[in-house]
Write a protein that binds this ligand. Sequence first.
Ligand code: PXP
Length: 392
Amino acid sequence: MPVQFSFSHDIAHHRLNRRLLQQRSADLLHLLKLEAAEVSVVFMGDVEMAAYNEQYRKKKGATNVLSFPAGEGDDGFPPQATELGDILVSVDTARREAARAGHSLHHRLIELIIHGMLHLIGYDHERSEDEAVRMWDYEKELFQQIQTTRSVAMPFLAINVDHVATIRQARGGVEPDPVLAASLCELAGADGIVVHLREDRRHIQDRDVRLLRQTVKTKLNLEMANAAEIVDIALEIVPDMITLVPEKRKELTTEGGLDVLANAKKLTKTIEKMRKAGIPVSLFVDADVAQVQAALDVGATFVELHTGPYCEARTMEDQEQQFRLIEQTAELAYETGLRVNAGHGLDYRNAHPIAGLPFIEELSIGHAVVSRAVLVGIENAVREMLAIVRAV
Ligand code: PXP
């Protein structure tokens, strides 16, 4: 393996995504045309890093990254031509720097690996300002190139067919049938089907959920309020998972994430019932660290991060800020042990960056796909969305 990773015991609590780091480092070597090179990257805490900093640089305290180009080894033999050297990274320092810059921990770790790698191949930022600028620019360029290739598995696409039922209910008849629509979505390649059985039954009906349970071949995700009547239906039908959402009678669509903190007791009870029935529970939450932590505490398996504020942002700055918030919260949720989905308001223009976030497992998209289906047919609409989501 060209990049050899090791992890000190004292950083176990950081929950690093080793696969992501490994893949990004391999991508980096590829970009630097150093596929044959061998590099060792050691992730450690501040205490260990401070000891190395003192021993080799005579400096007190920890630093973020140290590089040791391959030189003559302890055994007196010259290094192999392919050996580049060692990079030491302090995860504690990286986490603090990430928080200050508003980035995720893994974002910062990848920056530090790039920095360390450039040192190994001779770049330097202390000899002159020109060299420092050259190194800094190259670091930024490499980071951009690495981030554009999503190297963790692509996200799944679940299609919400509620609005097929909305059209049916407009006339109170039997057409169009969301059950048939769901099958067509699956035929077009969708990875799952989502329906929201609302207490007011404004679109999806009990009959739809019962039939979908029998016909969906991929994964049926029942979106629902934490209401006794709907909980009973879920326990009887046993979907592949449920997503708990807040529900208000007058809203046009789900307006915000669940307040898990305020409803912890009721949610814990429902999640426990679902656990006994073998139904994993996802909680639809805003990109908010406290809500994510609360979701973990009440026993959820997944969180679905609310992408509405990102989709509705009216300025580039706001959209960028909302995107960063989702990126950071997704990573934090993943690090705490939750599985992460995302959805609400995603469409053919804004879904791609969210699909590229490495910690997000599944996107739930409804309105945009059903709207497009009216014009191009539902199979085409699903395929077009799949092409966007999978082009990451
Ligand atoms: N996720 C949740 C929790 C939702 O409530 C909805 C809307 O039903 C969606 C995803 C899909 O949102 P949209 O229809 O805007 O794609």
